[in-house]
Design a protein around this ligand. Structure first.
Ligand SMILES: CC(C)(COP(=O)(O)OP(=O)(O)OC[C@H]1O[C@@H](n2cnc3c(N)ncnc32)[C@H](O)[C@@H]1OP(=O)(O)O)[C@@H](O)C(=O)NCCC(=O)NCCSC(=O)C(=O)O
Length: 397
């Protein structure tokens, strides 16, 4: 779909590499440029988090990309980068604001020699403003944005929602922005600067609850599902313990619950009681659910068409027939032939998910190929390797 589109990705950590991977999955030629010692996300893992010699972070975001190791602070590295960037449809980076410009390749600098370029940046807090230089990291932004304060148990401490969800959303938004800019360019001929931030991603994740709050809705419950979304979720929406596990119940009317859970006291209540008497209903339902196992409850909940779901953990996901049907997990071979399991691309096009064309590559695996394509000859490339301007893992051709 994006075949013929060249993306030069200067990303590290999660948000930038993940956004680049979306484009790579869709067929773009994504060249991931890393320092000659490797980017943080390639190297960041204590020993037991390396899978088959590669960091989990690289396995997560390295799919379908070519790897170029390049010292962007050396004169030769800058010359190579310049040559590559002249051919770029899109450039991506997620360093702190100003880092790319210091290396000579900020938006204005690249636009001067590649006027049609789409240039995409993710920062922690925005490219300008009082907090622009703060380190941007998922957990910090969950704390900063209200997400942690509103999540967790109602009576517990602020709780992050899970690993790197803010980065993941920032990546999706950035990929969407890049695609829109590329599409716009086909009509106008002009490129543009696309900027995202983890802060705005974290805010965007809370669009429903925050919009309600901004418009006057308040909850007595500081945290938990009702603290986060009380304005649109009636009791007993939430996760409740059964005798042997947990069940999510969502948006059920008291009358339906009365039948499914055999709670006659609920039968006469109007649907609005789910809001007006939420705490009372929630407590009663929680007590009732705890009396039987999850499996015991399922037939009645299904019969009454109550929206429900047993809470699953990762072990369950591997055996989930629907996920398998969707091709969610891709068992393949890593860069050295070792067995690895990757996540597949989450969208389908004409019924099929984009394939894994390239597993996450060793650092600099395509350095020589990319430099040859850029017009350098074998002797020049080996001289760059010797001087550590580039890092290359493949044998000289
Ligand atoms: C993640 C960061 C806090 C990491 O900060 P730092 O490690 O201090 O890196 P900085 O971005 O400040 O600077 C990167 C430096 O690397 C240099 N650099 C980069 N690429 C190269 C190459 N190829 N060659 C030579 N030097 C290079 C670049 O010039 C900068 O140098 P100098 O100019 O000399 O400084 C920040 O990058 C950041 O806030 N990024 C924006 C938000 C974001 O996407 N965060 C990732 C979240 S991941 C996450 O939340 C998670 O995984 O969990």
């Amino acid at each position: 779909m994006l075949s013929g589109i060249r993306v030069i990705s200067f990303n590290h950590f999660h948000a930038g590499p993940m956004a680049a991977q979306f484009l790579a999955d869709l067929g773009a030629d994504v060249i991931a440029v890393e320092p000659v010692d490797g980017a943080f996300h390639r190297n960041w893992a204590v020993a037991n988090r390396f899978v088959a010699g590669q960091s989990v972070n690289l396995l997560t975001t390295g799919r379908n990309k070519r790897s170029l190791a390049l010292d962007m602070k050396s004169a030769d590295g800058k010359a190579i980068a310049r040559r590559l960037l002249e051919t770029a449809d899109a450039v991506m980076e997620n360093f702190r604001p100003g880092a790319m410009a210091r290396m000579g390749f900020g938006y204005e600098q690249v636009k001067a020699f590649n006027p049609g370029v789409v240039y995409a940046s993710v920062s922690g807090y925005g490219a300008s403003g009082p907090d622009r230089d703060l380190p941007g990291q998922d957990l910090l932004l969950q704390a900063r944005s209200g997400l942690a304060a509103r999540t967790g148990r109602a009576d517990g401490a602020p709780t992050p929602t899970g690993p790197v969800i803010v980065d993941q959303h920032a990546a999706s938004l950035l990929a969407m922005g890049i695609l829109a800019a590329l599409l716009g360019r086909t009509k106008s001929g002009r490129g543009c600067l696309v900027e995202g931030s983890l802060l705005q991603s974290a805010i965007d994740l809370q669009s429903e609850s925050l919009t309600a709050w901004l418009n006057g809705a308040r909850s007595d419950t500081p945290r938990g599902y009702h603290g986060l979304a009380s304005w649109c979720s009636a009791g007993p929406s939430g996760i409740h313990a059964t005798a042997d596990g947990f069940l999510a119940i969502s948006m059920a009317s008291p009358a339906d619950l009365a039948v499914a859970l055999e709670m006659p006291a609920l039968a006469a209540l109007p649907a609005s009681a789910g809001f007006d008497r939420r705490d009372e209903i929630t407590q009663a339902v929680a007590e009732r659910l705890a009396q039987k196992t999850t499996a015991d409850w399922l037939p009645a909940l299904q019969k009454q068409a109550i929206w429900h779901m047993p809470v699953k953990d990762y072990d369950d996901l591997r055996d989930d027939a629907q996920l398998a049907h969707l091709g969610t997990f891709v068992d393949t071979q890593g860069a050295e032939g070792e067995p690895v399991t990757l996540l597949g691309h989450p969208l389908r096009f004409d019924g099929a998910a984009p394939p894994v064309r390239l597993v996450p590559q060793k650092l600099g695996a395509q350095t020589r190929d990319v430099l040859r394509e850029a017009g350098y000859d074998g002797a020049q490339i080996e001289a760059f390797v010797q001087s550590r301007t580039v890092g290359a893992t493949a044998a000289p051709a």
